[in-house]
Design a protein around this ligand. Sequence first.
Ligand code: PEP
Ligand code: MG
Length: 569
Amino acid sequence: MQILRGRGLSRGFAIGPAVALRRELGAVYRITSEDDQVEAEVGRLTAAVEEIERELARTRQSVQREVGSELAGIFDAHDLILHDPLFLERIEDVIRGEKVNAEWAVQEVGADLGARFARIETAHLRERGQDIEDVVRYLLANLQKGAPQELGSRARGAIIVADELTPAEALRLGRLGVAGFVLEGGGEGSHTVIVARALSLPLVLGVREARNQVRDGAAVVIDGETGTVGLRPDPTEIAEAKLRVDHESSDLPEPEAGVGPTRTLCGAEIDLLSNIEILDEINVSLAARSDGVGLYRSEFLYIERAPELPTEEEQFAAFERLLCSHAPRPVTIRTFDLGGREIGRGFRESDEANPSLGLRGVRLTLTQRKVFVVQLRALLRAASVGNLRIMVPMVSSVDEVLLFRALLSQVRRELVEHGVEVPDSVPIGAMIEVPGAALIAHHLAKVVDFFAIGTNDLTQYTLAVDRNNDRVAGLYRPLHPAVLRLVDLVVRAAAEAGVEVSICGEIGGDPRATALLLGAGLRQLSMSPRAIHRVRERVAGLEMTGCQELWERACSCATAGEVERLLTS
Ligand code: PEP
Ligand code: MG
């Protein structure tokens, strides 16, 4: 078997046929169809055309009503193209002739016609090329909603090989039953990695030219722990891989025996909490005997509904389920962390040159109040069924927390006025994931009830390393002494003010870092629920004095490498 090497970031082992996703033009992949799927692709095209026709008719009517029939005429050109049998027949011919997905065929025909129109000398005819571009855009937008591509029956059990995947794409592919992911790029702190962990699917990142090396449909073996991709396995290797997959899947979820708190050898009690992105993880969290939910990333409700926002009732149902399932244990729900580069850019039109430093998290909450009032209503309405804590992402100033509190109080007042039962107070916490927030933690501690240290972003912002960017992946080091020093500041500020503090970045679930985190003074670690078992085992073997010494030595290190070596020595 030929081995390709990458970085393994989501445990697990899988074997399956490779499906290479080629995103060559914009966000369109070329996917070859099985013979029996070709007509289904034509059907998707027809359905998309019909829906666009209906939409155009609606738009034309309202434009006519509001602006007049002259302007409404601009839609006639779009209609003509959509009804032009030559245009549609050409797309169908490509779907059938090349056995490809509808998106790809639309893109190809659109590009070809666009190029021909560009060569026409008569200006007004040349401009008609713009109408074709518009129609192609409508078609692609319509075809692409739902699953990133219609892999149909090919998705189940497949190993998806792609350049990059957004968290939403990974989630949708996971729901279609894929067995694992191999990505050419991607950063280890990305939400795509977090999604793969949540779905318990192996993921290997940073495998250069992976799509050129795999053959579509041929078996590949991937190991998410060692970061290897095996090509052309022989029959013995295939049989061994299948045995291993069966063995590993029977391991999950971890059955946890016994009750009682998790303690170190010297008796210190440590809370092990779950990070949850999708509600299916509730069972894993319960099976792992978590001490509650330390982070529920509520923006995943949006990912699953995009481009629509989840309604108040949908959010209420999700929050209620989380709270009931873990009651009386605490459930910390983070308000939408939308904006930024990865999640929910489609939530609003954004032309930000640098979205990671732009309107993200609480900044967006405070500018898009209507959206967040819906969320806060859902949260407060669900609060009485369990032990709710509300957490605010991307805080960088005391003012943001105060404004957030004011918004929450206003929503609370309105609910109470309408006779809704709402607890007198709900603990409010700030995520500490911006260096500035860590530096003013002693001030923030006066206006919040708890802190959660988000080392995924804290690392990105402290070291100025995009957590998604493969090219700087080597610089993304959560154990960098600069990050540790900020963690130290936050834990000390929390202790002095008597507010609780937890850590919920990915480092919280890495058993190699457990001693270090306890040494820092942390007593609450929040992680993927599948990591709890291994961290609990690790905690049980630790003495606090050793952990504290380790922490002191780590804080005086000059480089991340030195800290990492300390942990393995
Ligand atoms: C973090 O930044 O560490 C965190 C937990 O939040 P997210 O990974 O969702 O940005
Ligand atoms: Mg974060």
